[in-house]
Write a protein that binds this ligand. Structure first.
Ligand code: WTA
Length: 650
């Protein structure tokens, strides 16, 4: 059963009965009414070919499809036989329909620099970048790794890859050398695109130096394309390293978007699973395009004059689908912000909203909780009246944070869309369309078009309302992952093999009498720390890689701001002492700072069954400071628990 902060969360939810209706003013102009939703949702299930065909027809296809869906479980092909191009649809199409002078991106650096790109300008930059990449030997079907700060060039590079038909693999700039190395090798990328450095909390983060380190162990890597962002000194390897401003700066502005097969890989994005190394989630062209296009349009109720800001970094799926592809496919004006929410102070987000007259804000509960902690007087200093819609993503939002967001940021005027989805799903799966349905704080809501969720037991029995269970999806949808890159067996097993015939999301959920789903957290060994997925196994294997550690077990602990934080239990190697500070630095080096344990318990023994399995259930109780509950008789040595309870974490 869900193990994270599920219990507290369920308790809060059970007492949560508020229902918040969208205002009449919002409803009056909303793209989708309740009646529209009901009719279209029904159609999307009863006649998916017609439904998806109609949506897809709003976009440009070089060649139409023969069949909407070819489903050979667990493999789906969407818009079979069609040819299209996501970058063409995001840019050329917008210019052709008269949006050339409309702002596509308003980018703000952490240092306050602002750059804007119209659709015509962005198209030109993407064409130049596509020509430059081709000049470096990139071809359709290749993989290109990106390791970049949130600067416009990151989105330009993604779109340039899409234009050529090369799959990008974006590695979050906060990941370590070793994580970057693994991802380059797994994707077999020949080209890496990075920057000299990015800014984070006022400090330059030396991405190029990490790229140089990674390149020592990535035999397939031929070129490193480097954006000059911070002007920091970099090492340079002639013949391998190329400046972006040289290669892209001198490239032609003319580039014809490739007519790509609908199933051409668009990107690989690595995410943590419950076992082993991160999985390269593969998304393809046509279905992903249609899914992100439709959900951005309807969930965010995009109107022509909206200024839309999704705060996610392009290193995560939210940054792919809702900072870049979805909004550009809709011709929206998108705000991008490079830095931290507290630079130079905790008013930064509100300052950006005030300055650029942001109308739609899409962010994560962890950010909302951090702001909430800083008090209401900070947002009160800013004019947030431009906002008309708020969104939440990445982790369950607790009702208090929801209400704070609603009142203090949204002025009780803006509906909140709590959107549940995953790297694997590609686009939003559950939410309440803002003009169509009331929200219930803490509950994600109803299925999006074409999504058929239900709750099941592990044995595959369907559950009724008010029974907590495993969230599954009963049929394929266009933006679903196609496979795990290079490991189709893992794809079969993890997603369509856990419970026969359905997609297994890995989340536990409840459903109320109105059909609203409330997500209670992961049911596997995946933690959600500040909205970022981390596998406990990954952190454990980093820890045991340290010479002082004999054995490690990692669990999550509820955290007021981060949602969950990382707690490690360590038994030292004989004759070694464990230095907690050094161990944290080690995890940062191996994975990235986001995986650093918040608390470390050093112990001489773990609670194990007689067959040697660590009982993480008890470790979670100890980490949370709870009394030990459950049957301890299967433990080889139950006294271990008492000793652990008496241990101080460091
Ligand atoms: C969690 C992020 C509750 C969930 C888009 C899921 C959520 C995992 C929500 C995917 C939400 C995401 N309410 N939980 N609105 N959105 N999650 O792949 O556990 O980084 O399985 O995708 O985040 O995380 P991922």
């Amino acid at each position: 059963m869900p193990h994270t902060n599920a219990k507290d969360h369920i308790d809060a939810m059970l007492h949560e009965t508020r229902v918040i209706e969208p205002s009449a003013a919002f409803k009056a102009t909303a793209k989708v009414s309740r009646a529209d939703y009901e009719r279209l949702y029904r159609q999307s299930l009863d006649d998916p070919d017609q439904f998806w065909g109609d949506v897809a027809a709003e976009l440009h296809w070089f060649k139409p499809w023969d069949t909407v869906l070819d489903w050979q479980e667990p493999h789906a092909k969407w818009f079979v036989g069609a040819q299209t191009n996501v970058a063409y649809n995001a840019l050329d199409r917008q210019v052709e329909r008269g949006l050339g002078d409309k702002k596509a991106f308003i980018w703000e650096g952490e240092d306050g620099e602002v750059r804007t790109y119209t659709y015509a300008e962005l198209l030109r930059e993407v064409c130049k970048a596509a020509n430059a990449l081709e000049g470096l030997g990139v071809q359709a079907g290749d993989r290109v790794t990106l390791y970049m700060p949130l600067i416009p060039e990151a989105a330009i590079a993604m779109l340039a890859c899409a234009r050529i038909g090369a799959a990008h693999s974006v590695v979050f700039g906060g990941f370590s050398v070793s994580a970057l190395t693994d991802r380059i090798n797994d994707a077999q990328s020949k080209i890496l695109i990075t920057a000299d450095a990015g800014y984070r909390r006022g400090q330059p983060v030396n991405l190029k130096a990490n790229a140089d380190e990674a390149a020592k162990n990535t035999p397939n890597l031929e070129k490193i394309l480097v954006v000059r962002r911070a002007g920091t000194p970099v090492e340079w390897q002639e013949g391998r390293d190329v400046w972006w401003h040289d290669a892209v700066g001198s490239a032609s502005e003319q580039h014809q978007a490739a007519a790509l097969d609908s199933e051409q890989p668009l990107f690989v994005l690595y995410t943590s699973g419950s076992t082993g190394k991160p999985k390269g989630v593969l998304h393809t062209t046509g279905g992903y395009m249609v899914g992100t296009y439709l959900t951005t349009k309807t969930v965010f109720d995009l109107q022509d004059d909206d200024i839309y800001w999704c705060t996610a970094d392009v290193g995560w799926v939210t940054g792919h689908s809702y900072s870049v592809y979805g909004p550009l496919l809709n011709g929206a004006t998108v705000v991008l912000y490079e830095g931290a929410p507290n630079q130079p102070d905790w008013g930064r987000f509100w300052d950006i909203i005030q300055k650029h007259r942001v109308t739609i804000l899409y962010t994560a509960p962890t950010a909302i909780r951090s702001f909430m902690r800083q008090g209401d007087d900070i947002p009160a200093k800013y004019d947030l009246s431009s906002l008309r819609l708020l969104g939440s993503v990445g982790e369950p939002i607790n009702p208090e944070a929801w209400m704070w967001y609603y009142r203090t940021i949204g002025g009780e005027r803006c509906p909140i869309v709590d959107t549940w989805w995953q790297t694997e799903t590609g686009s939003i799966m559950l939410t309440t369309l803002p003009g169509a349905f009331p929200s219930k704080p803490g509950s994600a809501g109803l299925p999006m078009f074409g999504v058929e969720p239900t709750l099941m037991t592990h044995e595959g029995d369907e559950l009724g309302p008010d029974d907590g269970g495993l969230l599954v999806i009963k049929r394929p949808w266009p933006s679903m992952l196609r496979t795990v890159y290079g490991d189709d067996e893992r794809y079969r097993k993890s997603y369509w093999g856990e419970i026969k015939g359905v997609y297994f999301a890995g989340d536990g959920a409840r459903r109320d009498a109105d059909g609203y789903y409330t997500i209670v957290g992961r049911v596997d060994d995946v933690l959600n720390v500040s909205g970022h997925r981390l596998g406990t196994m990954e952190i454990e294997s980093a820890l045991v890689g340290h010479s002082s550690v004999a054995e490690a077990a990692v669990v999550g602990k509820p955290d007021e701001v981060k949602g969950e934080c990382v707690v490690a239990f360590i038994t030292p190697q004989l004759g070694h002492t464990v230095d907690a500070k050094e161990l944290r630095a080690h995890v940062s080096r191996e994975i990235g700072a986001l995986a650093r344990p918040d608390a470390i318990y050093i112990t001489d023994a773990m609670p194990k069954t007689r067959s040697g399995k660590i009982m993480r259930r008890f470790l979670r109780q100890i980490a949370a400071g709870h009394d030990i509950q459950g049957d301890t008789s299967t433990l080889e040595d139950p006294s271990v628990l008492e000793r652990l309870k008496a241990t101080q974490a460091v």
